[in-house]
Design a protein around this ligand. Structure first.
Ligand code: 5GP
Length: 117
């Protein structure tokens, strides 16, 4: 994994340098809509601590972040009338990671709507 880059897009979003559609924020986490949604309501949940991926965040911060994902995912699903939700998280370029600040995708799913590429 590359070293954490303070100028990655999500660090800049956290600093308010790049606009986003904020869905949720507390003192340790931030959630916003994905700019290229794979379904309606596709959301990203990120920690405020500097972590490039799953392996360089502390257990307590990760646990807190997962608690927020667990809370937001069903709320989003219910609010949109979706049938379920997908969680995605990529580590490393080879795995499809494009932004090197840890993030969890919450992707609402409808039984009759295929996922966008
Ligand atoms: P990854 O492939 O790294 O797991 O996903 C990164 C996600 O960040 C992609 O789904 C992409 O659409 C999203 N993204 C990239 N740049 C921006 C941006 O400037 N604003 C927002 N809201 N999402 C972004």
């Amino acid at each position: 994994m590359p070293a954490y880059d303070d100028d990655n897009i999500f660090a800049r979003i956290l600093r308010g340098e790049i606009p986003c559609f904020k869905v949720y924020e507390d003192d340790r986490t931030f959630a916003f809509l994905d700019i290229m949604p794979r379904s309606k309501g596709h959301m990203l949940v990120i920690p405020k601590v500097k972590a490039t991926g799953l392996t360089d965040i502390g257990a307590d911060d990760l646990s807190y972040l997962m608690g927020v994902v667990q809370k937001l995912a069903p709320k989003l699903t219910d609010a949109l009338g979706a049938d379920g939700f997908m969680i995605q998280q990529f580590n490393g370029e080879a795995a499809g990671q494009t932004v090197f600040h840890l993030h969890f995708h919450i992707i609402p799913r409808w039984a009759d709507v295929p996922l966008k590429p």
